[in-house]
Design a protein around this ligand. Structure first.
Ligand SMILES: NC(=O)c1ccc[n+]([C@@H]2O[C@H](COP(=O)([O-])OP(=O)(O)OC[C@H]3O[C@@H](n4cnc5c(N)ncnc54)[C@H](OP(=O)(O)O)[C@@H]3O)[C@@H](O)[C@H]2O)c1
Length: 323
């Protein structure tokens, strides 16, 4: 496993990491989550991603229980959480990055995670109703209080990220160092085009999500939605049209041939394809079973095989299908 700096920050994260969206508290209980985290750790993962909203706090509670029982040295692992959607009702508790919500949300997360600080905290979406100064000050204060070490954004536009950096610069506050965007073979524009100046201009790091496009890039949706898969979960029905898209699934068939030529599975190939981008600090993988964790993390061995001719072949396959 390689460890990469988070953009220009000094923190190093494993190039493949492990997150808990959909799975913890829904498909994985604490015992199964523990098996998955232990397997990831054994394969060199040092970064575990979470969010307040995942399973309405239950995902953080499970991760906290697992971290306590596995008792890894605190210096050796990196944990994140994210704030925006909130988990209680009320005008200051939902869809916000206001100071009141943020300062209280971190305390709730730390309690559930049984930690005295998280390493990374993300503003999970941009909030058009809170002045960016207010959010930057709150993130700075959270860090000054020792409750988080670094902060970043998730799915903010390039101009919103720049605005946050400029506010921080003007007031000598802690700057955001990382963005968490979606990035996979079918979803590339933000990482490859919109953010392209931010890597050099502000030293932005990326921890990217949904490398398998929720499972589409494993090939398992080519015959419809398999039982027990993410696509079969009723509240994930919004994903089904994309997961079963005929053109994308035809491309997935052609990508499977590329993976075969490289001697790996399609999931490993798709994850390695994300990790080969030098601007990506860590690809956050997801898994509903320990065998998926073990398969997916072997993608680290495939990254060096992604030569220019391979990448050109892949670009031809996904041309016209990528966002
Ligand atoms: N910042 C954000 O807004 C945001 C949004 C989404 C995710 N994230 C983060 O990114 C992480 C990864 O996202 P993701 O879970 O969407 O990643 P993904 O890699 O696109 O999808 C993971 C899912 O695909 C299936 N899968 C994984 N490996 C497989 C394999 N080898 N064979 C067959 N199926 C396999 C599993 O679902 P089934 O087995 O149930 O089908 C698994 O839960 C999340 O856990 C979260 O930490 C962040």
């Amino acid at each position: 496993m390689n460890y990469k700096r988070l953009g220009r920050a000094g923190l190093k994260v494993s190039e493949l990491s492990f997150g808990s969206w959909v799975t913890y508290g829904n498909q994985l209980d604490a015992k199964a989550a523990s098996e998955c985290m232990a397997a990831a750790w054994d394969m060199g993962v040092n970064f575990f991603d979470n969010a307040e909203v995942y399973a309405a706090g239950e995902s953080e509670r499970i991760m906290g229980e697992v971290l306590k029982s596995l008792a890894w040295p605190r210096l050796k692992f990196v944990v994140s959480t994210k704030f925006f959607w909130g988990i209680t009702d009320g005008p200051n508790a939902k869809n916000s990055l206001n100071r009141k919500y943020l300062m209280q949300a971190i305390d709730g997360s730390l309690k559930r995670l049984q930690l005295d600080h998280v390493d990374l905290v993300y503003c999970h979406r941009a909030d058009p109703e809170t002045p960016i100064e207010e959010t930057v000050w709150a993130m700075h204060d959270m860090i000054r209080q020792g409750k988080a070490l670094y902060w970043g954004t998730s799915e903010w536009s390039a101009s919103e990220i720049m605005a946050a950096c400029q506010v921080a610069e003007r007031h000598h506050l802690t700057k955001p160092v990382v963005e968490q965007p979606q990035y996979n073979l079918f979803h590339r524009k933000r990482v490859e085009t919109e953010y392209r100046h931010l890597y050099d201009d502000i030293g932005l790091g990326l921890t990217t999500w949904s490398p398998l496009a929720s499972g589409l890039l494993t090939g398992k949706y080519r015959g419809g939605v398999p039982a027990g898969s993410r696509g079969s979960i009723p509240r994930m029905a919004f994903l089904v049209a994309d997961l079963t898209d005929a053109k994308k699934n035809a491309a997935v068939g052609a990508l499977e041939a590329v993976a075969k030529d490289l001697g790996c599975t399609l999931a490993q190939f798709a994850i390695a394809w994300c990790a080969r981008n030098p601007h990506v600090s860590s690809v956050i993988t997801g898994a509903s079973r320990v065998d998926q964790v073990k398969e997916n993390l072997k993608a680290a061995e495939i990254v060096p095989k992604l030569t220019a001719p391979v990448l050109e072949r892949v670009d031809k396959i996904v041309a016209g299908l990528r966002e």
